[in-house]
Design a protein around this ligand. Sequence first.
Ligand code: B3K
Ligand code: ZN
Length: 890
Amino acid sequence: ATVIRREDYAAPAYWIRSVELTFDLDPAKTIVASRLTVERHADAAPGAPLVLHGDGLVLLRCLADGESVSFRQDDGLLVIDNPPDQPSFTLEIRNTCAPEKNTQLSGLYTSGGGFFTQCEAEGFRRITYFLDRPDVMAVYTVTLRADKAKYPVLLSNGNLLEQADLPNGRHMAKWHDPFPKPSYLFALVAADLVCREQRITARNGKEHLLQVHVRRGDLDKTEHAMNALIASVAWDEARFGLPLDLERFMVVAVGDFNMGAMENKGLNIFNTKYVLASPATATDDDFAGIESVVAHEYFHNWTGNRITCRDWFQLSLKEGLTVYRDQEFSMDMAGSASARAVLRIDAVRNLRAVQFPEDAGPMAHPVRPDSYSEINNFYTATVYEKGAEVVRMMATLVGRAGFRAGMDLYFQRHDGQAVTCDDFAQAIADANPGSALASHLGHFKQWYAQAGTPRLQARGSYNEAARRYTLTLRQSGAPSPGQPEKQPGLVPVLMGLVAADDGRALPLKLEGEAQATGTERVLVLTEAEQTFTFVNVEAPPVPSLLRGFSAPVTLDDGLDDAALLVLLQHDADAFNRWEAGQRLSLGRLLAALPGDADLPPLDDAYLQALRRVLRDDTLDPAFKDQVLQLPSEVYVAEVVGSEVNPQRIHRLREQLRGQLASALRDDWVWAFEAHQVREGYRPNAAQAGQRALANQALRMLVLDAVASGDTVWPGRAYQRFKDAGNMTDRFGALSALVDAQSPLAEPALARFHALFAGDDLVIDKWFNLQATANEPASGGGLQRVKALMQHADFSLKNPNRARALLSGFCRDNPAAFHRTDAAGYVFWADRVLELDAINPQLAARLARAMDRWRALAEPWRSAAREAVARVAAAPRLSDDVREIVTKALD
Ligand code: B3K
Ligand code: ZN
């Protein structure tokens, strides 16, 4: 496979200005007729060869300006060596493709008897020959022809121009999208669908039609997605002044889809998982996921579609920014400051669980990568989530109004263009002259260029007599693939000082400043080491650094338990309160890790502190739920960093959970009883927080009961499982039984399957719960997963199903996966190879379960290496999987 490099970017020799496509849709053989207006690039030589991308197509004919033209086909490419040497000409192409054979789900494929497309990143070339790169933007007119009975709904981007019946039971529809777009935003749908419609009037008085299209029978599960869409349209107008620019905006749900959703212009195509929800079938997390993905795709209409990426190295230009925007939207929707903090905590948990390991492993890459062999492998947590952190840091540095001014300037300058991450950063900086971002833009842009999670060290000392507190900050970065040395960047450190005695917020005045600037401020670190001196500090302080996780770094502040207990109880910043609690728990696990003794009994100070949080009625239930949840095994492994023993981490964490379950038993009983939602189900943050805390309490109570041989709480959990009025509570009770390995787990699982048979999204949950279930002391997790692969409901061809079982086991169940007999790794290798023959993108995702094999202790390390090497040596690997496993072995 060839390596593509960012520095090799060159504009194409030709542009394509307009496209007319006609599809004669047939599952076995679809005929595509394409008429392109091609324009020679001003810098290109007259008659320069025209090279079009193609993949898996059969070419029927090719005409230039109506005349036949000589061409050759070279590794999928269509090369026209002597195109007309005029500045512009027409190219007519006719080709076929085979949608029903397309198991990769990239390009045009069939699902549930309908036709759907997925073109990002390079799927359009699997439909027809084209300059399939994001800097080539064209206006599309699309005609669809298909059997009317089988495919009554025919959709493409933009506005419907005409619709008519044709002979032989066929019909046609013609669509026109007035906005020039890159090919990756093209979409079509032809299927038997029903739709929920809503007319809305925008602030500027314009009317729009919103539609959510789903399979027959699913209409009653579309209300939430529609509400999320309406809210997204209103939010983008209010917060960023960005209106909906099309008369019609469509969302279509499809059951076979490689990722979450896709922002095709005016015709977003979604995984059913991110559209369909009812209280009986979806959990609070599912509802929240739908709201955020609907928003994300909608926000792409401006950040991604109106301004797109010049090349795929700039992917974070649209993804990092759009994730930032959807995060802000979800926070605004959740409302209270506490609910915002809970969402921030979730985002950071996810960053640490997925992005930090990525940044420390063989796939580590900058937010703007320098090279790739398969671009689909770079839709990563680094590009998305770390990219969003980079945007968030800009917003922190220039303030809310400054960020809005920067966005305005970005659209003023670049609307309708394909641009780079540099263009974005420049616009935000230029709109904020005099800001730390503008004065240190070079330092800041290291965030785009350097891979790896920077390390921030902080050491403070207080001089009681002088009432001075000096804080020294140091930044450093570990080597990553291709980047042995790291340069200092710009780290915004949002901070406060908390009085050690009573926890009050101390006024902040830096040496040389005329007066204190409140009790919270941003320190801007741009050197490898800088010292900040605070004066008039009236009491010994505990530093509260990196509030709200103001930069995606690891922090070593050297704080002891006493200081962390102060922050947990008093910090004005909710994020840092949570963080202090996590670190207290983490500290207890790390201290016990060496050797193989059991976890010592937990100390009273720690238990009291957690109890106080749980019982504090000034705190929101959702926040308490976050504080009481322990750091994940994956995160603990990442903090340990090398010679990781996954079994040891699992055992100690289980013991910690067991002790918390028993020591706080009365508090859990209280929490469970006190957080029952009495009014009707609504998926809002307030209700969801109550349910989350009650479900955590139930889980702890069942855990403690099973450990002590008591049957009352398992019985209550089973009853709740049977009677629950919503999926969050039903699944919470079921998970509690499975988690504690109660004898009631099996009958509950069987009942759950019977109750929801045929509801694919719920059956996915059923598979996933078993794949991620706690490994019994006697083993058997892998056996269960193997048996589930034989279940009539299992299929490797459906991405949701395959992910639920296989990624659930290999990526989200470390204790069951990392077996000392290596059987987990053998299973992983077999599944990666099996899946690669069907769907390389999906196989490559699963392949990444082994990213961190080098950090394992023996015997896991050698066994893991062998499994990775076996995959790498297999004949006929896709480029996707090959890139992952060869990088893992490098
Ligand atoms: N832009 C798409 C992701 C496409 C992934 C291609 N392998 C969804 C999104 O980020 O909104
Ligand atoms: Zn996106």
